[in-house]
Design a protein around this ligand. Sequence first.
Ligand SMILES: NC(=O)c1ccc[n+]([C@@H]2O[C@H](COP(=O)([O-])OP(=O)(O)OC[C@H]3O[C@@H](n4cnc5c(N)ncnc54)[C@H](OP(=O)(O)O)[C@@H]3O)[C@@H](O)[C@H]2O)c1
Length: 310
Amino acid sequence: MRRVRFYEYGGPEVLRVEEAEAPEPGPGELLVRTEAIGVSLPSVRKVRGEGGMALPGLLGGDVAGEVVALGPEVTGFEVGDRVTGLSFTGSYAELATVPAFLADRVPAGVGAAQAVALVRGGQVALAALATARPGPDESVLITGAASGVGHLAVQLAKLQGVGRVVAAVGSPEKADFLRALGADEVVTYDSESWGEPVDVVLEGVGGELLPRAVAALAPGGRLVFFGSGGGTVPAFDLLAGAKTITGLTMARYSTTQRELYDRHGEQLWELAASGRLRPAVHAEIPLAEAARAHAIIEARTNLGKVVLRP
Ligand SMILES: NC(=O)c1ccc[n+]([C@@H]2O[C@H](COP(=O)([O-])OP(=O)(O)OC[C@H]3O[C@@H](n4cnc5c(N)ncnc54)[C@H](OP(=O)(O)O)[C@@H]3O)[C@@H](O)[C@H]2O)c1
């Protein structure tokens, strides 16, 4: 099978397409012939060397495709099922192993790219909203609002009846896309003011943006942090404004909040099937051109999810 690895840190150009043995599904794992593979900011950061991943690097992430083999102790799935889920051991490949406990069956009629754009991003967005619980009289600001996670968070916040949804992005060209998804306001990071203080921030970027996001909170405001970019929090500002920050990782959420996670999964498929939630696929790019997909994220131009096609 073909897969993508990198032997040194760097930009998209370090990604190498190579032949490899098919992976063996271990206990509780499905072997999936991939039809769509999600590309995301954390992967781009890993290739850059942030986080110090061991070399040669093999990227994990979300995939969708057909189950072609079952590892020992798998229940609830059969060969031939179409699924989407997370591969930790190499998702940029024609075959990937996926833990069954993190796999969803893809309903008939839903394309693989749509499934990849919906589930992972939607789960993060719903988990962030469930953590902050913004009410109908409250406002939410979402950073990285046009990203795979962000563009679903904007829509889901509106669907949940949040009073005012502010989309924060790197460039003004993303405004029309976000307004079409229901954003009440669009602000760019470099604008002097991000508008009226908000009750909730969903922060998926990190780095220098994190302190600005804390500053955007009204007194008593809540920030949910799930960005891969790290950052420093001004502790005195938390005290002075009685503000709260909660960290969120899906690894923990999907295990400790299992019931909610499963309910969110069902909700996402229902909302997408009824057309009320529209996952956007920005680009579908052949696996062999993974570098081109990473270049889109590096250029920060994506409107929705970037997907690789084996
Ligand atoms: N905690 C968890 O378990 C978990 C799980 C999944 C994803 N996440 C997080 O959710 C966030 C969004 O991920 P995603 O996969 O949805 O993103 P994505 O679709 O890959 O979109 C990337 C977008 O991030 C923004 N961005 C901000 N700083 C950037 C930088 N330095 N380099 C490149 N892009 C940058 C850009 O838009 P703008 O320039 O408009 O900001 C870019 O278009 C990430 O931080 C990721 O770590 C967390």
